[in-house]
Unconditional design. Structure first.
Length: 278
């Protein structure tokens, strides 16, 4: 049996369940894979703890709560940590794609009234990641991924007055940044946070959900990496490097023990990327 367009008809394909990891960054990777698979005609049940991230696919997918099993498609990078591919490429390949799809989030504002006061300030928005325990873990594993936040403070100081510095994220802060214009950390829904992020000129932070968020929205990010993470006694922490994590060249990386010249070069590259005049 064939449809009028010549394609095979008959019984509709069954709905397949798919999940990624538990974090919001994992959800951002997963939604890009879902976007690709839905465009190919697959029917999906997305198992996630972050349903707001999948708003762009409303009406085309089913949403279920996060579960580990049973699952038809596992879109997770854990089995490919030591491969030379990027983390997002690992997610795509584990999901059964022949090659990585585009990491993109087709976002439309969900709460205009929430973001209007920020827009009325008339300055480019730069989202700053709340410094919290890496991967939001409570067991201490991966704490060496948090860079020296004094370096990020210097980046904030250099931007102050020329942009609107908006802190986003959630969790227990491990450092208090000075000079933040609007602190939204822990004060938004996920959708509202992405609303703000979608309007941002760029991001300042470290390895966290900020990376896939910025890259999914095709925004520049100034990312500070911890020198201690590269020497971690934990193998999977050591492989969390810019080469493994960053998908786009819009992610500008600097290590927290870099020279003053290297710090300045990274900061100037970010300012140029967000078209900020000095």
């Amino acid at each position: 049996m064939f449809r009028p367009d010549g394609s095979a008809g008959g019984t509709r394909a069954r709905v397949k369940s798919i999940r990624g990891g538990m974090g919001i960054g994992d959800a951002l990777y997963l939604q890009a894979v879902v976007r690709h698979l839905v465009a190919q005609g697959q029917r999906l049940e997305v198992c996630t703890a972050w349903p707001d991230i999948f708003r762009p696919h409303a009406g085309r997918i089913e949403i279920a709560g996060f579960r580990r099993n049973p699952i038809d498609i596992l879109a997770h990078y854990s089995r490919r940590r030591h491969y030379p591919t990027t983390q997002f490429a690992d997610v795509c390949l584990e999901a059964g794609l022949r090659e990585p799809c585009e990491l993109v989030l087709d976002w439309e504002i969900t709460d205009q009234a929430f973001v209007d006061p920020l827009l009325e300030r008339g300055l480019p928005i730069v989202c700053v990641q709340l410094p919290r325990a890496p991967m939001n873990r409570t067991d201490g594993i991966g704490t060496e991924l948090l860079p020296d936040c004094r370096v990020i403070q210097q980046q904030i100081d250099a931007l102050r007055g020329r942009v609107l510095l908006v802190q986003i994220g959630a969790g227990r802060p491990l450092f208090e940044f000075k000079g933040i214009d609007v602190d939204l950390a822990g004060k938004t829904t996920v959708a509202q946070m992405v609303d703000v992020a979608s309007l941002a000129a760029g991001f300042v932070g470290y390895v966290s959900f900020i990376v896939p968020l910025a890259e999914s929205l095709k925004k520049p990010a100034l990312l500070t990496w911890s020198r201690l993470g590269f020497k971690s006694p934990t193998a999977f922490v050591r492989q969390i490097t810019p080469k493994k994590i960053c998908e786009r060249d819009t992610s500008i990386c600097v290590v927290d023990n870099a020279s003053s010249d290297e710090m300045r070069a990274a900061r100037e590259a970010f300012e140029n990327a967000i078209r900020l005049t000095r």
